[in-house]
Design a protein around this ligand. Structure first.
Ligand SMILES: [Zn+2]
Length: 62
């Protein structure tokens, strides 16, 4: 019954790079979201980055 073992001592940072959702290959929506996310990062708009991450996470690739 051990699912996720380690809890990371309560850091309040936004989602780290390597934990951001990845686009699904061949999904145009994901690709667009990732592009938008990178633009937002370049524009220093972390809230938009988070928006894109949320959409990526919830996207049902069809
Ligand atoms: Zn997708």
């Amino acid at each position: 019954m051990t699912d996720t073992g380690t809890v990371n001592g309560g850091a309040r940072t936004p989602v780290p790079w390597h934990l951001e959702p990845l686009p699904t290959e061949g999904c145009g929506v994901c690709a667009a979201l990732v592009r938008q996310r990178e633009e937002a990062r370049g524009a220093r708009a972390p809230w938009t980055v988070e928006d894109c991450n949320g959409e990526l996470r919830n996207h049902r690739h069809r």
